[in-house]
Design a protein around this ligand. Structure first.
Ligand SMILES: [Zn+2]
Length: 207
């Protein structure tokens, strides 16, 4: 990540990024700038939730954003897990909607502009059937991932089932839920905050 963006994260969230010399944060934020909004949204919510939480390592691995923390809980897991899944459809270079590619044995997540120039094998296309939610493509994609993730964690990870309602209020995405647990709350807080930074229709960074 560009040094300016990295320094800003450390300045804005000093408790989350404390004692970096004693953790794998000594290697810095090891991913492209396209994921800076995912990281900033996580940092904001984790810092607000509990000042004890500390970032241990932030890095790209297999085309996805891995954000490891110490002193986390179910709420922080909901946040980092959902951001991990959304990173798999977010270009690591520019933040636009993308897909994962295999390039010479490496997995990368890229938009159409930044896709590797040769030896491409597309392995995931996760942007289909998002137009039945009456939202623009960008937000519909986020909501689709939220709903699929919540379903998966209910079926495989003992997360209590939740009823999730999606609406727009004053031009903002508002996802609400009944049931679930703290992990569900982390996932939904993440979606509501991250959507504010993503254009509803194009899915491009909104700022
Ligand atoms: Zn891109």
């Amino acid at each position: 990540m560009t040094e300016d963006l990295e320094e800003k994260l450390y300045r804005d969230y000093p408790t989350l990024y404390r004692n970096r010399q004693q953790t794998l944060m000594i290697e810095g934020v090891a991913c492209g700038d396209g994921w800076c909004r995912l990281i900033d949204t996580m940092s904001f919510l984790l810092s607000k939730h509990d000042q004890k939480i500390r970032a241990e390592q932030v890095k790209e691995k297999l085309g996805a954003l891995n954000f490891y923390v110490q002193f986390g809980d179910k709420y922080s897991t909901g946040i980092t897990m959902l951001a991990y899944t959304i990173s798999q459809v977010t270009c690591e270079i520019c933040g636009a909607p993308g897909v994962r590619y295999e390039h010479k044995g490496w997995l990368t997540t890229r938009c159409a502009c930044h896709r590797p120039s040769h030896e491409i094998k597309e392995i995931d296309v996760d942007c289909s059937s998002v137009d039945d939610l009456e939202l623009g493509f960008g937000w519909a994609l986020l909501v689709k991932i939220l709903l699929e993730s919540a379903k998966w964690h209910t079926e495989h990870n003992a997360m209590p089932a939740a009823t999730i309602n999606v609406k727009k209020v004053d031009g903002q995405l508002l996802v609400e839920f009944v049931g679930g647990n703290e992990m569900t709350r982390g996932m939904i807080d993440f979606i509501n905050h991250y959507a504010q930074r993503i254009d509803e229709h194009s899915g491009q960074p909104a700022e």
